[in-house]
Design a protein around this ligand. Structure first.
Ligand code: NAP
Ligand code: GLV
Length: 311
């Protein structure tokens, strides 16, 4: 079994060592473009994150691309044979991180911690009137691996939780909305909007004025999916006109977020550097190695991407 590793911005050696331990006898190496005139060494499977087109053009015998992330938008931009499977990471330690991040942001807004921080800086002992939980419903765009776990976790704090997805969902205690026809009703019921959609042609720019202005007065946005979901000026406008109260953004159209970008210094925007749910090496190696063994045993595996649907 031959596996090539091609992951942008990732130190290869600990991954290669991990796969050698998980799959004894495997021939695994870090990809380097073959020199002109040199025959490339061809692999059966690849472990990838945002590889260049030249990688796929060279590796012509691949059966599976194992993505070391949940989102496959970068892979789907590349030209590849229809027979080549894309396999995403399923959770692998991400959903608990995503739930921590989103719950932290929701609770920070709900309990007005920013105000208490300011009061503490001024050594001011002053209570704020508690917000009614019923007035703080959280709407999650996307109810897949991450969205459904976030929905369940938020319920432990007894927030009203709604989800919106392509197909209806059955998550106990959570109201499910689906399809374009139910999006307005979902938005109208939302005080905190959490975005956990994959980036596809259908979802790109979905966080726009038309949709943000349908949220409840004083709404918050938590974008933890992809920067291209958000029309940045539309968020700035909704904050400026007072319809929205704040946003926590982990992902951006351009990453790293450029130094001069307005988001860095906006008093109602919190920026984090695409860190809400990190790829965890041990968990990911265990999951991918398990899937590779399943492929050789002729078993079905989770996380096969539907290239037409885009996730
Ligand atoms: P997933 O399991 O594929 O779930 C996607 C959800 O979105 C599904 O519920 C799906 O509906 C829904 N959906 C897709 N297209 C839709 C459409 N056009 N209309 C309505 N609903 C639609 O994905 P996941 O694992 O939860 O991850 C979601 C995204 O999070 C990833 O694609 C990635 O971009 C992002 N992410 C970010 C970080 C970070 O650190 N910031 C980390 C990991 C992932 P159905 O269930 O009906 O198909
Ligand atoms: C991270 O953004 C991922 O898609 O896993």
């Amino acid at each position: 079994m031959k596996i090539v590793f091609c992951c942008t911005n990732t130190k290869a050696e600990p991954w290669l060592e991990g796969f050698r331990q998980a799959l004894p006898g495997v021939d695994i190496w870090e990809w380097q473009a073959a020199q002109p005139g040199e025959a490339p060494k061809l692999a059966d499977h690849a472990v990838v994150w945002s590889p260049p087109q030249s990688f796929l053009d060279e590796q012509t015998q691949l059966q599976n691309l194992f993505n070391i992330g949940a989102g496959v938008d970068a892979l789907l931009k590349l030209k590849m044979p229809a027979s080549l499977n894309i396999v995403r990471l399923n959770d692998a330690g991400m959903s608990v991180q995503m739930a921590e991040y989103v719950c932290h942001a929701v609770i920070r807004y709900f309990r007005e911690f920013d105000h208490y921080d300011k009061d503490a800086q001024a050594q001011r002992w002053s209570y704020r009137k508690p917000t009614l939980r019923a007035d703080f419903s959280v709407g999650i765009l996307g109810a897949g691996v991450l969205g459904s776990h976030v929905a369940k976790t938020l319920q432990t704090f007894e927030f009203p939780v709604n989800v919106w997805s392509r197909s209806p969902k059955h998550i106990e205690g959570v109201k499910s909305f689906s399809g374009a026809a139910q999006l307005p009703e979902f938005l109208k019921a939302t005080r905190v909007l959490v975005n956990l959609l994959p980036l596809t042609p259908e979802t790109e720019n979905i966080l726009n004025s038309e949709h943000l202005m349908q949220l409840q007065q004083g709404a918050y946005l938590i974008n933890v999916a992809r920067g291209r979901h958000l029309v940045e000026q539309d968020l700035l406008d909704a904050l400026a006109n007072g319809h929205m109260a704040g946003a926590t953004l982990d992902v951006f159209r351009e990453e790293p977020l450029p130094q001069a970008h307005a988001f860095w210094t906006h008093p109602q925007i919190t920026v984090t550097p695409h860190t809400s749910a990190r790829t965890l090496r041990e968990e990911s190696i265990a999951q991918i190695a398990g899937k590779i063994k399943a492929v050789y045993a002729g078993q079905a595996i989770e996380g096969r991407v539907d290239k037409v649907r885009g996730y």
